[in-house]
Design a protein around this ligand. Structure first.
Ligand SMILES: NC(=O)c1ccc[n+]([C@@H]2O[C@H](COP(=O)([O-])OP(=O)(O)OC[C@H]3O[C@@H](n4cnc5c(N)ncnc54)[C@H](O)[C@@H]3O)[C@@H](O)[C@H]2O)c1
Length: 353
């Protein structure tokens, strides 16, 4: 992968203070891009964004994605060329507690970004980050392809499926005429793991919190199979897509799945056992899931479109995925988190050689 094309490019990341957004900001900053961020404040003082000191390395705007006046000001003042839209309420359980906010942030927030992108004279690429949960889940074990039916049985999944439809409507209504040279894509990945994510109800942060507190890890859905992937894998796919657009080799505006190989689709219990192994300590207890909240039991993405059209593929084994993830949490207290992230990026890129 050669991302030197991003040097001096103005790239706006919404959701840059979050887990995936912070890694994307570090990566693009490393490529020499002029990174602009727009998001709410970080949630935790141990977030990757905070510990990596990214706020001092990029142009950092704090605002709500529903604040159209501020978002418009940022587009007008910064004149971004490439936009990655990650800002979202990203948690299924929170979406049951705050469905209305989830729909507003994830659907209207996406409309707001699309609208600014439409009106912008500088921006020519928009990549909207959704999720593997946008598919109508038949629990059949099938691998979902981009043209499969969208759905979503919980507010989060439905809000992201709606964000897909909104994006598709903008694509067809405003950007299908290539003369305006605007490219819009949606990208779908799921169960992303990596350093600096402290979100509640995600398995890796839950494990790390328990291990750091010398408590047993509580597992509620040990048999739920998920497509685990290291954060840099889907980010590499998003960057590859943006790179091809910059090189004038953009594929047709569409959706792309960036899922891991089948080998990385394993039950939660296997992940917990690997985290304990790589961290070097920890124990777990299995407790029956007594929640009535629905979450899809089995999800797997077919990434062959990304493989064939973008030359992207998942390159890490499951063991590498969990080892590199766990190592961030093992060593973040020792400082130099930004450099540590860069080393992980270089190590990841070496897998492509
Ligand atoms: N982490 C995963 O496993 C995963 C899987 C599939 C899809 N995604 C998607 O990737 C994106 C990033 O997820 P993440 O895991 O980094 O989440 P995160 O919670 O770590 O980060 C979310 C980001 O969005 C911002 N944000 C939230 N509400 C906002 C609002 N109202 N206005 C402005 N900014 C707001 C936050 O400030 C933060 O910067 C999301 O769109 C999410 O749906 C994540």
């Amino acid at each position: 992968m050669d991302f030197s094309i991003f040097k001096n490019k103005k790239v706006l990341i919404t959701g840059h203070t979050g887990f995936k957004g912070s890694w994307l900001g570090i990566w693009l900053n490393h490529c020499g891009a002029k990174v602009i961020g727009y998001a709410l404040d970080p949630q935790h003082d141990k977030d990757n964004y905070v510990l990596a000191g990214l706020t001092n390395k990029i142009k950092d705007y704090r605002g709500d994605i529903r604040n159209t006046a501020l978002l418009s000001k940022v587009f007008n003042e910064e004149q971004p060329e490439i936009v990655f839209h990650l800002a979202a309420q990203p948690l299924v359980i929170d979406s049951y507690e705050n469905p209305s906010d989830t729909f507003e942030i994830n659907v209207q927030g996406t409309v707001n970004v699309l609208e600014q992108f439409r009106l912008s004279s500088s921006a020519h690429s928009l990549i909207v980050i959704t999720t593997d949960k946008v598919y109508e889940n038949k629990n059949s074990g099938q691998a979902y392809k981009e043209d499969d039916r969208l759905g979503g049985a919980d507010p989060y999944s439905a809000s992201k499926a709606a964000a897909e439809m909104v994006t598709s409507a903008y694509q067809q209504s405003f950007f299908s005429n290539k003369q305006n040279n605007k490219h819009v894509y949606t990208v779908r990945a799921g169960n992303v793991v990596g350093g600096g994510d402290w979100s509640a109800n995600r398995i890796v942060p839950d494990c790390i919190r328990a291990v750091e507190n010398n408590e047993a890890i509580i597992i509620r859905n040990p048999k739920s199979v998920r497509p685990w992937q290291f954060v840099l894998e889907p980010l590499c796919g998003y960057l590859r897509l943006a790179e091809l657009i910059e090189r004038g080799k953009a594929p047709d505006d569409t959706a792309f799945n960036f899922g891991p190989s089948l080998e990385n689709c394993v039950p939660v219990l296997d992940i917990v056992e690997k985290i304990i192994k790589h961290y070097g300590k920890g124990s777990y207890e299995i407790k029956n899931n007594n929640t009535a909240l629905k979450e899809s039991a089995l999800l797997h993405l077919d990434a062959s479109r990304a493989v064939n059209e973008l030359g992207w593929k998942p390159v890490l084994s499951l063991d590498e995925t969990i080892e590199i993830t766990t190592s961030w949490y093992k060593y973040y207290r020792e400082g130099n988190v930004y450099d540590r992230c860069l080393k992980q990026i270089d190590w990841y890129l070496s897998k492509w050689k």
